[in-house]
Design a protein around this ligand. Structure first.
Ligand code: SAH
Length: 276
């Protein structure tokens, strides 16, 4: 991108793309994200949660740096400096950049300085956790709502978003950043009236080859099971009335695929009979 600086000299600056790397498996990046990595002059990846393998698509001369030990200011400085030298700079983030990714804190100063930036979405760890556990987030007449949230830790929760209030919906809850706060998740679910035998799922490092752990339990025993598996970080906690449904004997069918249901792309059987 070319712009004018206050002194009147034209300047060339690259674009900064905030790319979702997905949950861990380098194959779970989007095609668009991968194409950007292939063209990047510099990549700053969040090494605490993104495997360096995620940068395998980078060209050989690409400048690659792990941001694990950097402050937000240092990250912004790095992106700014590299964008002065390369046409494309990628900030590679875990999962989807819009979830717990400090996205706006990074983009605000860059936006103010007139940098061109873009976000490429990624597969969030909640989706990956459900996939590896072969579970569904929604199920007809069981739950049609998903809440992506976290337990209050060092970051407090805004009013009305405490876990207990959210759990009162009895829908699917995907709890990020709370592996060390399972007791707090249990407390909130109990306070919201979830039964002791309600199923819970905890997935650590979903989609990381050889490192993934899937723990299934109930509200009563999930904490002990996680302790036994030594799960202390990088885990997704899921509470949902739909967990385990692949083994249920009876299910309400999705209307979309019901032979009697008419929609935009298919005429339901009953209608056909009625009109014939
Ligand atoms: N933007 C990310 C979330 C970053 S916050 C996303 O969309 O997934 C970091 C939290 O995400 C972790 O504490 C954990 O709760 C979850 N997480 C990230 N990667 C994970 C993985 N591979 N498996 C399970 N949980 C993961």
């Amino acid at each position: 991108m070319t712009d004018g600086c206050p002194c009147g000299t034209p300047r060339t600056r690259g674009k900064i793309c905030f790319v979702g790397a997905g949950p861990g498996d380098p194959d779970l990046i989007t095609v668009k994200g991968r194409k950007l990595l292939e063209q990047a002059g510099a990549i700053l990846y969040a090494g605490s949660l993104v495997d360096r393998a995620a940068t395998r698509y980078a060209p050989p001369d690409c400048e690659i740096r792990d941001s694990k030990d950097m402050t937000l200011e240092e990250i912004v400085d790095w992106l700014r400096e590299k964008a002065a030298r390369h046409a494309l700079v990628v900030r590679l983030q875990t999962g989807d950049p819009s979830l717990y990714g400090a996205l706006i804190e990074m983009t605000r100063p860059l936006e103010r300085e007139g940098f061109d930036w873009e976000v490429v979405p990624g597969i969030s760890s909640a989706m990956a956790s459900m996939a590896v556990a072969r579970e569904t987030m929604t199920l007809p007449e069981v739950t049609q709502t998903v809440i992506l949230t976290r337990a209050a830790g060092r970051t407090s929760m805004p009013e009305g978003e405490d876990l207990e209030s959210l759990a009162a919906h009895h829908c699917t809850l995907c709890v990020y950043l709370s592996a060390t706060l399972i007791h707090e998740v249990q407390r909130a679910l109990r306070a919201a009236g979830w039964r002791e035998d309600a199923p819970l799922l905890v997935v650590q490092k979903a989609s990381w080859q050889g490192e993934e752990k899937i723990v299934r339990g109930t509200l009563a025993d999930i904490r002990e099971k996680c302790q036994a598996e030594k799960i202390g970080s990088q885990a997704m906690i899921v509470a949902s009335p739909a967990l385990g449904s692949s083994a249920w004997e009876t299910l309400v069918r999705s209307k979309l695929y019901d032979p009697a249901f008419t929609h935009r792309f298919r005429r339901g059987l009953r209608r056909q009979h009625e009109s014939s």
